[in-house]
Design a protein around this ligand. Structure first.
Ligand code: C5P
Length: 209
């Protein structure tokens, strides 16, 4: 999964985030260039997908979840790089919401499906599951607990407050955590280079499967 999701408030407005899709598309491109057959389920992105991958657009968390479920049975590796909204409007309006002189407006939000956790929980034999953890503090601690809670094989943790890391940049600074306790701390590098580092770890995991 790649990019940000858009959660409708009404036919005109949505809630979203700053995800560009750069990191996820870099992983897709790196995998395709190694000969993998790649399907990307993409939400909202600000960059074009690589040429040699199959792209399915799914804008909201629930659309993305449905598309992932359809595609997953033929997959051997799932990489959840999308910035999926954690909450969506509980009751999106069918018509444009009017101001009507209101100074304050309250939106009720409901939890979206955790696509990564669901994929991991319902995984078929041999599927490897890779997640991302974008954090602002206690990066490794939160990433490790995410790995355990969601049952992941690899987590790519990054501190989005660092210069050159996080949303919309062409570079990233990450630590790759493995389920056996490994911590691979990487310096600043392009998202495309980081994609290859992630895939190197995936290849190592597959070798011991
Ligand atoms: O729990 P948190 O959102 O920090 O976890 C981040 C990881 O979980 C990312 O890999 C992201 O793609 C995935 N995720 C998801 N569905 C959600 C929330 C997060 O797949 N609803």
């Amino acid at each position: 999964t790649v990019g940000g999701t858009r959660e409708a408030i009404d036919p005109v407005r949505f809630i979203s985030n700053h995800s560009s899709g750069k990191m996820g598309f870099a992983v897709a491109e790196a995998a395709a260039s190694r000969g993998a057959s790649v399907t990307v389920v993409a939400g909202a992105t600000t960059v074009e997908p690589p040429a040699n991958v199959n792209v399915i657009r799914a804008m909201s968390a629930s659309e993305m979840h449905a598309a992932v479920k359809t595609e997953l049975s033929s997959a051997t590796i799932f990489v959840g790089a999308a910035a999926v909204a954690d909450y969506a409007p509980a009751n999106a309006a069918n018509a444009k919401i009017k101001k009507d002189g209101r100074d304050v407006m309250t939106l009720e939000l409901k939890k979206t499906p955790d696509i990564l956790a669901e994929v991991s929980k319902n995984r078929h034999n041999g599927l490897l599951v890779v997640g991302f953890a974008a954090e602002t503090n206690d990066v490794i601690g939160y990433a490790r607990s995410k790995m355990e809670k969601k049952g992941l094989d690899l987590v790519v943790a990054n501190d989005i407050t660092k210069d050159g890391a996080g949303f919309n940049t062409d570079t990233n600074i990450a630590t790759i955590l493995t389920r056996s306790g490994g911590e691979i701390e990487l310096p600043l590098m392009s998202k495309r280079e980081l994609a290859d580092k992630i895939l190197d770890e995936v290849v190592k995991l597959r070798a011991v499967e």
